[in-house]
Design a protein around this ligand. Structure first.
Ligand code: FMN
Length: 398
């Protein structure tokens, strides 16, 4: 996801510096060209060789190092950078950055950078909560830097409280958000539904379907990474919710319907990727199930038609995208749904095609609009999500 991007990883003299090695490794695995910069004090916590081995580049810390190749190194690095992340950021370096002090390679380079900057404060709780540090952090925010909130927990100094550096797996999400994609959805509000719904039969059993939520979650994440403000209304799934997305958990089709109706009016784009259970037991819990001689009879009724509601209440300029899962006559049935529900786009998949549908990591879809029909090859769901969004943005333009 970071192919072709240069990420400057700043490491300062905090105990969490050992975790920065994992972050460097994750960034490299994500395709980034990683340039590590350390303060002199950081070298007391971790050896620069670790970063040199992981990134394949010299780890720089001396502004006046004579062993460079022609360019003024701090300016050259700053020009090359697509993102800067300082993890951990000591109270000392935060104070320096807040006041434009550039007395070493790291602070000088950051001052020369125009790209997004992510600061990850990590320190003892008293140092973090000290009004001086808080004021300095506020200044960094004021200057447009992204500040990662430290985690609460047991700190190396023995105290328990705020100040712990979050794990590298969540820190890399900040880098993705800052620079993985152009922000072509900035200012847009997107509602995505995902996952299955569950309709209780009795306190033990429920009706549901095989939806894993992967397609909807991928769409929500890609929209967020492209700058949209995203709300994800999701049934129960085994997936970790995407960061920086407003997640609304629901269980039944009725919950999902109500959550969507409440929020749909303010949205620019609505993508219904959830697989809502079509039917629910008709009566109150005790009456709806009849059991005799090993037989169970359940009287069913249809659940609320979420797409139907959205199509009927579409506001001017709002874009509505649905999904259709077919086993036969995919194009014909999807076109009927497109018209009947007043959709702008329908993403159709044939469940009989290998690599398509519910529980796989890939999907094979055809995008269908009134004037378009585009068959996409098999792709990972995050790539499919990108193609769906590209198509939506193109259609919204015209
Ligand atoms: C064992 C030890 C652990 C430290 N951990 C932290 C820390 O987590 N966060 C912090 O802000 N300072 C910490 N310090 C203090 C910094 O190392 C000190 O302020 C230093 O001047 C920071 O230098 P730098 O910001 O140039 O890297 C620690 C010091 C020691 C001796």
């Amino acid at each position: 996801m970071l192919k072709g991007k240069t990420v400057l990883l700043g490491i300062t003299g905090g105990i969490a510096a050992y975790k920065s090695a994992s972050l460097a490794s994750l960034l490299v695995k994500a395709g980034a060209n990683v340039r590590a910069l350390m303060t002199e004090n950081a070298k007391n916590f971790i050896n620069p060789i670790t970063f040199e081995a992981l990134t394949g580049h010299k780890c720089v810390s001396d502004t006046f190092d004579r062993n460079f190749e022609f360019q003024v190194e701090h300016v050259a690095l700053a020009k090359e950078a697509d993102a800067v992340i300082i993890a951990p950021a000591t109270a000392n370096v935060i104070a320096k950055l807040a006041h434009g002090i550039a007395d070493d390679m790291l602070t000088t380079t950051v001052l020369a950078c125009r790209c997004p900057k992510i600061i990850v404060p990590a320190m003892n709780t008293a140092m973090y909560e000290n009004p001086v540090t808080q004021d300095n952090i506020e200044w960094l925010r004021h200057y447009g830097m992204e500040i990662v909130r430290p985690a609460n927990g047991h700190l190396a100094c023995g105290d328990t409280g705020a100040g712990k550096m979050p794990e590298p797996e969540s820190l890399i999400e900040y880098v993705y958000k800052s620079s993985a994609f152009p922000k072509d959805m900035e200012g847009m509000k997107v509602l995505v539904t995902a996952g299955p719904t569950q309709e209780g039969i009795d306190p033990v059993r429920y009706i549901t379907n095989h939806s894993s939520g992967k397609m909807g979650y991928s769409i929500a994440r890609v929209c967020m990474l492209r700058g949209a403000s995203v709300t994800l209304v999701t049934g129960k799934t085994a997936l970790k919710p995407p960061m920086f997305v407003d997640v609304v958990p629901v269980v039944t089709a009725k919950d999902m319907y109500e959550a969507v109706v409440l929020r749909s009016g303010e949205m620019d784009i609505i993508i219904k990727a959830a697989a809502v259970a079509d039917y629910r037991p008709r009566y109150a819990a005790e009456e709806k199930v009849k059991k005799s001689d090993g037989q169970m009879t359940i009287e069913l009724e249809r659940t609320d038609d979420i797409l139907g509601y959205l199509g009927a209440h579409k506001k001017a300029g709002q874009f509505l995208c649905g999904f259709s899962m077919e086993t036969e006559n995919m194009i014909e049935n999807s076109r009927i749904k497109l018209e009947k529900k007043h959709l702008d786009l329908i993403v159709a998949n044939n469940l009989k095609v290998q690599g398509a549908g519910f529980e796989t990591d890939t999907n094979v879809v055809t995008l269908i609009g009134t004037d378009i029909q585009e068959e996409l090859p098999i792709m990972e769901k995050e790539k499919v999500a990108g193609c769906i969004i590209d198509r939506i943005l193109k259609m919204k333009e015209t």
